[in-house]
Design a protein around this ligand. Structure first.
Ligand SMILES: Nc1ncnc2c1ncn2[C@@H]1O[C@H](COP(=O)(O)OP(=O)(O)OP(=O)(O)O)[C@@H](O)[C@H]1O
Ligand SMILES: [Mg+2]
Length: 352
């Protein structure tokens, strides 16, 4: 069975989308079959993978696809007409050397969808639990339709605690939390510890009601159990001391603050959840991956639709940098970053 992983932080711009794309590439390179679901109305993952022109075309309704070829093609008929819609999967422009990497594109309409979902009447009452496991329904149908068994389903999310985030968490086996070195990351980590137990309590209430009338349901008993898979330190700066890289002082201080928030706030709060073990034994307080500040390489990779791992095989985008090739120190950093993403993929394969 596919493992579902959400990359989540209610803080914006911490690298969720960048991490999911590069991690998925590393997982595929290790021979895994990976499905990406873009569950963010910003659709950044879809644009990074497919390019803005192909993505724009997929949004368009046609006689054959009246709701386009995005998540909306499944979600709109499901939510408005109680009908199973269509799931369309696409290959990213940059194909991994191994495995499989597919994406179900996002849609700006997800904003509207998020407004339609209702925690009180759908989750807590137990009457609409299936509306809150849409990413699961999508990945299931994608597997069936394409005759493939995914190893991993990775869900990209908006920076919020909205209903889209809830539903992705209800479907997820694990969530990873990217954090940047700044004042708010430690604070946001604490908030996750406050919010998630409430989400789980709502689910447990709804599940108990629902299972009274549907005791043999094959899916609902196994949902609503997202476990903390670890945090990722993203975008910090380093300096070399005697040839060895160290986090610069300010970023090292933020690192310590985040570790403190994980240890003193998040882990105790999630550890108090009684319906399942939300903190697996293999997770510690230190980051499970450390991705340095990539500067211009980060946006360049998105503009060119090439993950960092393969960016050294390209020329830098002219508009971003007035040179024709990457500098040796940039290539070194790309390769170090690729190694770190491969390590993160191995950690997931080993533990999740
Ligand atoms: N390690 C990094 N070094 C430098 N820039 C980065 C790094 N990771 C991400 N970025 C850049 O930071 C910006 C935000 O990254 P990204 O879109 O991945 O964050 P996000 O958490 O998904 O944002 P949102 O909350 O809006 O969904 C992008 O411009 C991206 O290119
Ligand atoms: Mg994003």
């Amino acid at each position: 069975m596919a493992k579902t992983i959400s990359v989540f932080n209610n803080k914006g711009g911490v690298g969720k989308t960048t991490i999911i794309w590069n991690l998925a590439t590393s997982l595929a390179d290790q021979g895994k079959k990976v499905l990406l679901i873009d569950f963010d109305a910003q659709c950044n993952l879809s644009i990074a993978c497919l390019g803005k022109d192909q993505f724009a075309a997929l949004l368009q309704p046609t006689p054959a696809n009246p709701f386009g070829q995005t998540v909306k093609a499944f979600a709109l008929p499901y939510i408005q007409q109680n009908k199973i819609g269509d799931v369309h999967v696409f290959f990213p422009k940059s194909r991994p050397g191994n495995g499989e990497l597919h994406i179900v594109p996002g849609d700006f309409w997800l904003n509207t969808f998020s407004d339609i979902l209702n925690v009180g009447t759908d989750v807590i009452s137990g009457s609409g639990l299936y509306r809150f496991i849409l990413p699961h329904l999508i990945s299931d149908l994608a597997q069936e339709k394409n005759n493939i068994e995914y190893d991993y389903v990775l869900i990209d999310l908006p920076p919020s605690f909205n209903t889209l985030v809830r539903s992705a968490l209800y479907c997820s086996d694990y969530f990873l939390v990217p954090c940047t070195p700044d004042m708010f990351s430690a604070y946001c980590v604490g908030l996750i510890g406050e919010m998630l137990p409430d989400f789980v309590a709502d689910w447990e209430q709804g599940k108990a009601r629902y299972l009274k009338t549907n005791p043999t349901d094959p899916v609902i008993p196994f949902k609503g159990v997202p476990k903390f898979g670890g945090w990722i330190f993203n975008g910090f700066d380093t300096r070399r001391v005697k040839g060895v890289k160290h986090e610069v002082g300010a970023d090292a201080a933020h690192h310590i603050e985040i570790v403190d928030a994980i240890r003193d706030s998040m882990i105790p709060s999630l550890g108090a959840i009684t319906s399942y073990q939300a903190i697996p034994p293999f997770v510690g307080v230190e980051p499970v991956a450390k991705i340095e500040d990539l500067n211009v390489m980060a946006p360049d990779s998105i503009i060119q639709n090439i993950p960092i791992k393969y960016l050294d095989q390209s020329s830098p985008t002219r508009t971003l940098r007035n040179r024709h090739s990457w500098a040796p120190n940039q290539i070194d950093l790309m390769r170090e970053t690729a190694v770190e993403y491969d390590r993160l993929a191995q950690y997931i394969v080993k533990n999740f």
